[in-house]
Design a protein around this ligand. Structure first.
Ligand code: URP
Ligand code: ZN
Ligand code: ZN
Ligand code: ZN
Length: 475
């Protein structure tokens, strides 16, 4: 065979193996793995580099309108451009249903928002906020069948949250149809109560966001979501877990044999509540929910990554500008913490942070890095083995890493449309030097090289990890 592209002499790392081999690519797919492959239009020398599956960022928000009128800074162009430059080749953002809107209309809206804009491949999770009879009986079953096989539900935020009865209905639907349910687990009433109490005491600075979003409120909602899923006998994935309280609930469930999965994000490794308390209004740059906690929580999150309590490492990129072009603070100089949009950028820095602080500092090995950032999300969301591994027949989605490079994070050099990164000035080891999506080089040395629109929409299969254990009677 004559290849389109050959990647020679790299150290290939998958979720299972590490070995030296050449990779032959034809028509966007991996068609050969072996020693001494020859004959290609383009040869890439990966001598001294690590070749890993392109990252899958299974939790990010792009061009998602918010209830209070806040606008996201990144659309499908700038968001996927930024992701590509950070070594990611697939993103799974959300198609969010608004209350009163049909789920089908929400999905169509996000197709319009993304059409022709993405540099890398993308699928959609749905966000179900209004589980009407029509949604449960017609729309969700059809959409799961059509390739939207995962969806997120919320236990907090007034415009998004479901009550326990609605959660049960939605979980039962997921069980019947084979969908994967993700849950944002925070107790809404606890947060509302604490927010009002803090405000009545004049405590409105960003640091109080962390107090209002107590770890106890996260723990309670995590436990409740697990219990509801056990009652229905359906798998469940707890997203953006921030610390030991929620981790203990997930570990407890896993220890009892429940199919409960966990996801965490870079902010819970790199930030603490002290970052919410920075000079002036700077703490607003680290407001996300759940909030970053303390050093002990960071250690617990690392331990859960090491020990396998977490299967997925995502960015939860939720991009809001800090200032407008004229330097005006978009959320006021002194906005109450609860008016600051929740979420921070992270698509481009996700992999580098885990590579540097996890792999190079020997907290996790390189195969687990691949599992957490590519292989597991592909399996859990029905994209495997097309995505998430290096194997014959898989898409040629690859990232070449220079493990010896040292890089200081500077927002000026990032490719998103947000005007800050919470990680400004942090020095990291290792960097993705070349990223290919279906055989096309989409980024080189942190700069985008793919044409706009290179990215394709992906339909997700019903994931095997979403299968129930078969313990519930009578469903
Ligand atoms: O603060 C966060 N995490 N914002 C993004 C939306 C969400 O809940 O994931
Ligand atoms: Zn969430
Ligand atoms: Zn999110
Ligand atoms: Zn207020």
């Amino acid at each position: 065979t004559h290849f389109d592209t050959l990647i020679k002499h790299g150290l290939i790392i998958t979720a299972a193996d590490r070995y030296h081999a050449d990779i032959g690519i034809k028509d966007g797919r991996i068609v050969a793995l072996g020693q001494g492959l020859e004959g290609a239009d383009e040869v890439i020398d990966a001598d001294g580099l690590w070749v890993m599956p392109g990252g899958i960022d299974a939790h990010c928000h792009l061009d998602q309108p918010l209830g209070d009128g806040a606008v996201m800074a990144d659309d499908f162009h700038t968001g996927t451009r930024s992701a590509a430059c950070g070594g990611t080749t697939t993103v799974i953002p959300f198609a969010a249903q608004q209350k009163g809107q049909s789920l089908r209309a929400a999905v169509e809206d996000y197709h319009q928002r993304s059409e022709g804009l993405a540099l890398i491949d993308y699928a959609f999770h749905m966000i179900v906020t209004d589980p009407t009879e029509r949604v449960l009986k017609e729309e969700l079953p059809a959409l799961i069948e059509e390739g939207y096989s995962s969806f997120k539900i919320y236990l907090t935020y007034d415009d998004l949250k479901l009550n326990d009865r609605q959660v049960l209905e939605v979980l039962a639907l997921a069980r019947r149809e084979g969908g994967m349910v993700m849950v944002h687990a925070e107790n809404a009433d606890c947060i509302a109560y604490l927010t009002e109490l803090l405000e009545s005491q004049g405590k409105t600075a960003p640091v109080y966001h962390g107090e209002a979003h107590s770890a106890i409120a996260e723990r309670e909602a995590t436990h409740r979501a697990i219990s509801l899923a056990e009652l229905i006998d359906v798998p469940l994935l707890i997203v953006h877990v921030s610390g030991p309280e929620a981790i203990e609930q997930i570990r407890w469930a896993q220890g009892r044999g429940l199919r409960v999965y966990g996801e965490t994000c870079p902010q819970y490794l790199m930030l603490t509540a002290a970052d919410l308390d920075k000079e002036g209004f700077e703490g607003a740059k680290c407001v996300c929910s759940p909030p970053p906690r303390d050093k002990k929580a960071q250690e617990a999150v690392w331990q859960a990554l090491e020990s396998g309590v977490f299967q997925v490492f995502s960015s939860d990129h939720a991009p809001f500008r800090y200032e407008d072009a004229q330097g005006k603070k978009l959320h006021g100089e002194q906005a109450d913490f609860h008016h600051i949009p929740n979420g921070i950028p992270g698509l481009e820095t996700r992999l580098s942070i885990l590579f540097s602080e996890g792999v190079l500092k020997q907290r996790i090995d390189a195969t687990r890095f691949v599992a957490l950032t590519a292989t597991n999300p592909a399996k859990i969301y029905g994209l495997y083995p097309r995505k998430g591994t290096i194997a014959i027949g898989s898409d040629a989605d690859l990232t070449l890493w220079d493990s010896k490079a040292r890089v200081t994070i500077r927002n000026d050099e990032l490719n998103h449309a947000v005007d800050y990164t919470p990680y400004e000035g942090i020095e990291l080891g290792g960097k993705p030097v070349l990223t290919l999506c279906r055989g096309t080089v989409v980024s080189r040395d942190g700069k985008p090289t793919a044409p706009t629109g290179h990215g394709l929409f992906l339909k997700c299969d019903k994931p095997q990890p979403a299968k129930p254990r078969g313990t519930a009677k009578g469903f």
